[in-house]
Design a protein around this ligand. Structure first.
Ligand code: C2E
Ligand code: CA
Ligand code: CA
Length: 716
């Protein structure tokens, strides 16, 4: 779920970044458009300007050329002046109109700025007079502008009159403005208006691309604000004009708005895609998560009741026990077995049975506190682990639970089902207890509760024989740990004597004893089984190995010692290294040490036993197969075990003189052992007759009270 939140943030951020990008893009494209428009307007005005100038220059050239061609007629008119006839004038005007398309009239101006053909052409407009006057005064026409009458509009070109003696005179030609207008229209672009303005009169418009005919004739006056609206203005040299361009009033802002709208649409579209993708991914992640959770739940919980399953409960129990190692703690485990549940199944059917279990589970969950682990182990069995509950409160807690179950009623259509339970109760206050042991003890307690008449809670500690034994074992276990710390273990040794000739060094078996705090000597049969059950045996075996090495080193003993090893120790992967370290630490020659392993263990754990024997034999240690004949003897296995000696179990030896079967067994065993290159050691040789019998049979070694009772050998 964390990933979903993270990706939601990423998507939001991405969307915002994208928005910023598209807006930035819109802004810069508007800027680009502006500069493009500016360049465009510059190029439009440049073109109009170039065409105007070209046109005027051409026109002036043509006028000069015309003067040259018609010199005679023009000179006649100039010389005659007021005496010139209208026919002469009209003749020349006709000729001229044929050459100049927009021509209106021509006139001849003297050096006093007076028209010498006034009697034919009439008086000039004021604007014309102004133009003539400045031209004559300045000596050339530099301020061309349009002249308006009430019904027409034109401009005048003044070119010096090329007639001798007429210095300062001008040839005056008036033209219509058609070409100027058509050039403006030619370069007009969409969303633009082109204007010809007066430079000297602010706001006076001479021509424009959008004016009506009337406006065109009258000219337009613009306010100062309107003049401000022009987007581009350029002077036309040699005239009183400026070229100007006005863009449609909302053109720029509409471009900006359009760009922003486009950007927002793009952003919305992209965001919608991102959002759709995100929703899709989220949906997928959620369903994966739900499936994962459901799978996890199914793997750890009981399908019928939703309580934890056996494996999960066992794990909780293991965790609880191992926690006790570092942090002594109390807890109580309850095993709840519904009484005569089979009757419900048989009477109402399995569906109702299942519903009852389900109902009970729901009620239990409601009843038990949060920190209590509750599990359905299977069938009608429930297990409950209550942490932090002391021994004194265990019984009360179980009784309350029993009462709670008694008070429940499951209602079916026809009847009311009441439940009772037999509850086993076990108090845990040590890590020296295994899960298996807990379940066994609880099963015993439940069995007793049922035997006592059901519907009761049975604490595991009563007068039951098995419970007493368990309690004793527990106290032994506690004592063993203490004894190891207090060095209350002792080593005894028993001589193993050679029956066929002598051997150079004495041979012994090492036997462990526990000294109680009251100085009683406790034999190994009283504590070894409990040590094996509660996982202490490896510690003890290690102690024996070290004590043996130390004793040999301390006393300078020259004997050979056989040490008993439990099967569990043999399976310990570090044991080989431990033994080697001890040999090194106490400078022990491995030839001086042998190990005894029981036949039963060696055969049931053939692989690890063979491996260990192989490794230790390589170092020089000897191996004996102990208690041979008492277990699952199989000769084929015997062949595979690389041991040196076979210790025939004492039960076959004790009464060998009187028991024919034992005689045969020992004889056969011995023959087989010889075939395999192994020696035999007979245990429990308690009298002379037995020993002699064994010598007769050819048995190599004997061990027993007859020759030597185990004697104390090492004590801290
Ligand atoms: P085991 O290995 O078969 O040892 C022989 C047992 O027979 C010893 O008992 C010994 O005292 C006893 N015994 C010796 N001669 C006679 C005899 O003539 N008649 C009779 N009836 N008994 C005789 P112990 O010392 O009580 O040891 C009992 C068992 O405890 C041993 O059986 C061995 O399995 C185990 N054990 C002893 N010491 C150790 C040890 O250091 N480590 C481990 N893992 N087990 C040990
Ligand atoms: Ca032994
Ligand atoms: Ca034995």
């Amino acid at each position: 779920m964390k990933e979903i939140i993270a990706s939601r943030r990423t998507i939001l951020l991405t969307s915002l970044i994208f928005l910023a990008l598209v807006l930035w893009n819109a802004y810069s494209s508007v800027q680009l458009h502006k500069s493009y428009q500016h360049a465009l307007m510059k190029s439009v005005t440049d073109s109009v300007l170039a065409d105007y100038q070209e046109y005027l220059a051409q026109l002036r050239t043509d006028v000069i050329h015309f003067q040259g061609q018609n010199y005679t007629q023009i000179a006649a008119l100039a010389n005659k002046g007021p005496l010139a006839s209208k026919e002469e004038y009209m003749q020349l005007l006709k000729l001229m109109k044929n050459q100049f398309s927009d021509l209106r009239l021509f006139a001849i101006i003297d050096n006093n700025a007076q028209g010498v053909l006034k009697h034919i052409t009439g008086d000039f407009l004021d604007d014309c007079k102004d133009e003539i006057r400045t031209t004559v005064d300045v000596g050339s026409q530099e301020h061309l502008f349009l002249h308006r009458s009430s019904n027409s509009i034109h401009y005048d070109l003044l070119e010096p009159l090329n007639i001798p003696g007429k210095q300062g005179w001008y040839f005056f030609v008036a033209f219509n403005t058609t070409v100027f207008e058509s050039l403006l229209i030619k370069y007009q672009l969409p969303h633009q208006e082109l204007f010809l303005l007066r430079t000297d009169l602010i706001g006076k418009i001479e021509l424009s691309t959008t004016t009506t005919t009337d406006e065109h004739i009258a000219g337009i006056e613009m306010s100062a604000e309107e003049v401000q609206m022009f987007s581009f203005v350029k002077e036309i040299p040699g005239t009183r004009w400026q070229l100007a361009i006005r863009q449609e009033p909302n053109y720029q802002s509409s471009i900006l708005v359009k760009s922003v709208i486009k950007a927002l649409i793009l952003w919305l579209f992209a965001s919608a895609i991102i959002l759709a993708f995100y929703l899709f991914q989220r949906q997928r992640a959620r369903s994966h998560y739900a499936i994962k959770k459901a799978l996890e739940f199914n793997a750890t919980h009981d399908a019928l009741t939703g309580l934890m399953n056996r494996a999960t409960f066992e794990q909780s129990l293991t965790n609880f026990i191992s926690q006790a190692k570092d942090n002594p703690t109390h807890g109580v485990v309850l095993l709840v077995d519904i009484d005569q549940f089979q009757l419900i199944n048989n009477g109402y059917g399995y569906a109702v049975g299942d519903s009852v279990l389900n109902f009970l589970s729901i009620e239990l969950k409601r009843y038990l506190p949060e920190n209590v682990a509750c599990s359905r182990l299977g069938n009608d069995e429930f297990a409950i682990l209550v942490p932090d509950l002391s021994f004194e409160h265990a019984q009360a807690c179980a009784n309350k639970l029993k009462q709670f179950i008694n008070d429940l009623s499951y209602v079916t259509e026809e009847s009311l089902i009441k439940l009772t339970a037999s509850i086993g109760v076990l108090h845990i206050d040590t890590d020296q207890i295994s899960r298996e042991r807990i379940f066994n003890s609880l099963a015993q307690a439940v069995r007793i509760a049922k035997e006592k008449g059901r519907n009761r809670a049975q604490l595991y500690q009563s007068d039951d024989q098995a419970l007493i034994q368990h309690a004793q074992e527990m106290s032994v276990i506690k004592d063993i740990d203490a004894a190891l710390n207090e060095n209350r273990f002792m080593l005894y040794r028993q001589h193993i004597n050679a029956l066929q000739g002598d051997i150079n060094i004495p041979k012994y078996e090492v036997l462990v004893r526990l000294k109680s705090r009251q100085d009683e000597i406790i034999p190994p049969d009283h504590f070894i089984p409990a040590c094996e059950k509660f996982g202490l045996i490896t510690k003890l075996d290690r102690w024996v190995i070290e004590a043996t090495c130390k004793s040999i080193a301390d006393t300078g003993d020259n004997g050979h010692y056989s040490i008993n090893l439990s099967g569990i120790t043999l399976a310990d992967k570090d044991i080989k290294e431990f033994v080697s370290n001890m040999f090194e630490k106490y400078h022990i020659n491995p030839n001086r040490i042998g190990f005894e392993i029981t036949e039963t263990y060696a055969i049931t754990h053939l692989e690890s036993a063979t491996k260990f024997i192989g490794q230790m034999s390589e170092m020089g240690c000897e191996f004996s197969l102990d208690d041979f004949g008492s277990g699952l003897s199989s000769f084929s296995y015997l062949q595979q075990l690389p041991v040196h000696h076979i210790k025939i179990d004492g039960s076959f030896i004790k009464d060998i003189c009187n028991n024919r079967l034992n005689q045969v067994f020992v004889e056969t065993m011995h023959k087989l052992a010889k075939e395999m290159g192994k020696d035999c050691i007979a245990e429990f040789v308690e009298d002379k007759a037995t020993q002699e019998h064994l010598i007769e049979l050819g048995i190599e070694f004997a061990q027993g009270y007859y020759h030597h009772r185990p004697e104390k050998w090492f004590e801290y």
